[in-house]
Design a protein around this ligand. Structure first.
Ligand code: AMP
Ligand code: GLY
Length: 418
């Protein structure tokens, strides 16, 4: 790692903003490019590049022309579509799983088979290719029953049916909507956690933990979203429970990836429920979470460039050192998100304030005259000695805004007693 190098981040949301910002802070990095990025990125020294994240050939050409040392891939769809394989074929390194390993997120059935093969605890489940077979077995996992579409669904492909009649209707609707396969699953009871594991084949590091808030409105009401706010660390998680997750879930998963010859160099995000009989996996994602990344990375004292660079080059990984300070963030979303977000609304300029940062996501226009460009617009973030202090700083900032065509949750942090 002699001298400073350029790196490329693929994606355009708040997650990619946070990754690019953290990499730009590294003394090893000259310039972070982000394709396509967003108009807020220059506020943290990151240069957006107008290449679509689906244009792998264009990204490869750019990486070669700009002496990019490696590329960090943010979104799952690029990974499932084989961006890492295409980069490798062009002689370039990209951080993320190849298309084969990305099936762990791309197909629920594939992930469940992996868990069965390698002894990773999960819910009782079965997968079905036709409606008659699914309906015949609909009562065997009890109620409520979890019904999942097999493919990528942006967090919207899961229905928890309270009774037989609702389950029958849901199964029929999912097959009628063109699903080729779905999964029926026992409903697990207990608190839900996410673990973000950075993998370098058989070696791994666990990133700081974060609490997401998936429902659109206060008190966990309303439709599921990508996530409306997050904080880190988790005061409600005991050290013993965290260790159980590592021993019972992370270790068999990592060993399974090695045994299966996956050569996984990237992030694995493990969603799990801490049941009375221990942690059980409900999903694998093959990337960082959005908005968890925005609160996790500020707490990472280890240089992110070094972590990724060493992981990609199969060198010993540095320890993960967590900043003891808390990190707290709330998403500002367009009215109507997630069903039908307002688009193109005038947002104006977001004032700077001491101790508050803004990670921009779906915004367009210019920094002096921003416009909404989708559902989740930006995240307001603070770091402080306590979660309570960070919470107050973020909500004071939001309260002073005048954004009638936007909304945010007012109860982020309630689970931590805030
Ligand atoms: P997924 O897309 O698999 O993350 O599922 C979306 C949400 O459904 C999760 O965040 C959980 O809250 C819930 N969920 C998924 N699987 C289960 C399960 N087996 N038991 C209980 N809740 C579940
Ligand atoms: N915040 C949840 C996710 O990124 O999937």
């Amino acid at each position: 790692m002699a001298g400073q190098v350029n790196v490329l981040v693929v994606g355009e949301g708040g997650r990619e903003f946070a990754i690019a910002k953290k990499l730009q802070e590294s003394p090893h990095v000259k310039q972070v490019y982000c394709a396509p990025g967003n108009v807020g990125m220059p506020t943290v020294g990151v240069q957006p590049v107008a290449i679509a994240e689906t244009d792998f050939a264009g990204l490869i050409k750019f990486a070669k022309e700009h002496a990019v040392a490696w590329t960090f891939v943010g979104p799952e769809d690029c990974l499932v579509d084989g961006i890492v394989d295409d980069f490798a074929a062009a002689g370039l390194k990209a951080f993320g799983p190849n298309a084969r390993a990305a099936q762990l997120e791309g197909s629920k059935d594939y992930a469940l088979n992996f868990m069965n093969n390698y002894g990773v605890p999960t819910a009782r489940h079965a997968s079905y290719r036709d409606q008659t077979a699914a309906l015949a077995e609909i009562d065997q996992f009890g109620f409520p029953l979890v019904i999942k579409e097999n493919g990528l669904a942006g967090g919207k492909g899961v229905v928890i049916a309270q009774d037989h009649a609702t389950a029958v209707q849901t199964v029929k609707e999912m097959f009628a909507s063109g699903q080729a396969r779905l999964v029926l699953e026992e409903c697990l009871v207990g608190p839900e956690y996410s673990m973000f594991v950075l993998l370098s084949n058989g070696h791994y590091r666990i990133l700081p933990m974060a609490q997401d808030h998936k429902r659109a409105y206060d008190s966990d009401k309303g439709p599921n979203t990508g996530g409306m706010g997050a904080y880190s660390p988790l005061p409600q998680l005991s050290a013993a429970d965290r260790q159980a997750m590592v021993d019972q879930v992370v270790v068999p998963t990592v060993n399974g990836l090695v045994a299966g010859g996956y050569h996984y160099h990237g992030i694995l995000y493990i969603g799990l429920i801490m049941t009375a009989t221990g942690p059980k996996v409900i999903e694998y994602n093959v990337r960082l979470g959005d908005p968890e990344t925005q609160v996790i990375l500020p707490r990472l004292q280890t240089d992110l460039f070094e972590l990724v660079d060493r992981a990609l080059n199969d060198q010993p990984l540095p320890e993960v050192v967590e900043d003891p300070r808390a990190s707290f963030g709330v998403v500002l979303a367009s009215q109507g998100y997630p069903q039908k977000p307002v688009h193109g609304q005038a947002l104006g300029k977001f004032p700077t304030a001491a101790g508050v940062e803004i990670d921009y996501a779906n915004v367009a226009g210019s920094l002096a005259d921003l416009r909404g460009a989708g559902g989740r617009l930006l995240m307001v973030l603070a770091q402080a000695d306590s979660l309570a202090a960070a919470h107050d700083r973020v909500y004071d900032y939001l309260a002073a805004l005048d954004e009638p065509e936007c909304f945010y949750r007012t109860d982020i942090g309630a689970k931590a007693g805030l």
